[in-house]
Design a protein around this ligand. Structure first.
Ligand SMILES: Cc1cc2nc3c(=O)[nH]c(=O)nc-3n(C[C@H](O)[C@H](O)[C@H](O)COP(=O)(O)O)c2cc1C
Ligand code: SF4
Ligand code: SF4
Length: 256
């Protein structure tokens, strides 16, 4: 198989899953090209059509934020599709991998609705539980625990199952259940909160060493250093990457 994989990872869980998937695909002699969507340049975007036409499978891996697909991934899929002509992609095999922390209330139906609007339909959908990196009401510097052995083991099992299903072109659609109804509620409650989360982002200037790691790491370029202070922009995805990268825990969030 020739696989084209796009992924987004805020704090590293989905990146870990992506790396394992690549390992499994390579071990089974499949070819895979991977892109972190926040690192794709306009020039690379221009050459995507060729890669996508050549690939047997196109995959998207991303975390669940507020029982939804992260905005950065939704925007990417829209621009990816707008660069492509419909014909070569119409019958492509698509797979989705979601990572989630407590309950994946996003699920296949919500994700599929979005993909259908972009002339894709999903062949395989799996979701993988990972450490929960959702922010709490007050950030109290939760540790970004490395992924537990049990979680790793389960994740690898799911990845193997996915790859075998891809090889046989068999449909696998995980995660269907009553919790998806809870997801509707979570989306209603959290959507606005997530969009406004940037208003509550703070940097403790007494602790901050001005290393700028957060600025460089931010996938949406939402941290600006100007006039000797930091500004967070509304494009912030609430992904917690800045918080995760800051070596001195200077980043926090207050309820806005
Ligand atoms: C802003 C935000 C919202 C989240 N919302 C959910 C959620 O609705 N359901 C869930 O199960 N996990 C949720 N999580 C947990 C993440 O989906 C989970 O930790 C994921 O594996 C993070 O992946 P990453 O490290 O690749 O960014 C959320 C995390 C963040 C940062
Ligand atoms: S400012 Fe921080 S939380 Fe917001 S998108 Fe950038 S890295 Fe993620
Ligand atoms: S990563 Fe932390 S210490 Fe470095 S500039 Fe950002 S807030 Fe300051």
């Amino acid at each position: 198989m020739d696989v084209l994989l796009f992924y987004f990872s805020g704090t590293g869980n989905t990146k870990w899953v992506q790396e394992k998937l690549v390992e499994v695909l390579n071990e089974r002699n499949h070819h895979v090209t991977v892109f972190a969507i926040d690192c794709i340049s306009d020039i690379q975007m221009g050459s995507m059509c060729d890669l996508a036409t050549k690939a047997n499978y196109i995959g998207f891996a991303f975390p669940i934020f507020g029982a939804n697909t992260p905005r950065i991934m939704r925007q990417f899929i829209q621009s990816f599709c707008s660069c492509m002509s419909e014909e070569p992609l119409k019958n492509k095999n698509i797979f989705i991998i979601n990572t989630f922390g407590y309950v994946n209330g996003c699920g296949l139906f919500n994700t599929n609705k979005f993909f259908k609007a972009s002339f894709f339909s999903i062949n395989q959908y799996i979701n993988i539980r990972m450490p929960n990196h959702a922010y709490s009401k007050k950030w109290v510097y939760p540790k970004f625990n490395s992924i537990k052995e049990k979680q790793k083991h389960k994740a690898i099992q799911k990845i193997n199952r996915l790859v075998k299903a891809m090889e046989k072109n068999k449909r696998v659609l995980d995660g269907i259940g009553p919790h998806l109804l809870v997801g509707i509620l979570i989306r209603l409650i959290l959507q606005e909160k997530l969009e406004k989360a940037y208003l509550g982002m703070t940097i403790d200037h007494d602790v901050c060493t001005r290393c700028m790691q957060c600025v460089y790491a931010c996938p949406t370029k939402s941290i600006i250093w100007e006039d000797e202070t930091f500004h967070f922009l509304s494009s912030c995805e609430s992904c917690m990457r800045c918080y995760y990268y800051c070596p001195v825990h200077a980043i926090g969030r207050i309820e806005s």
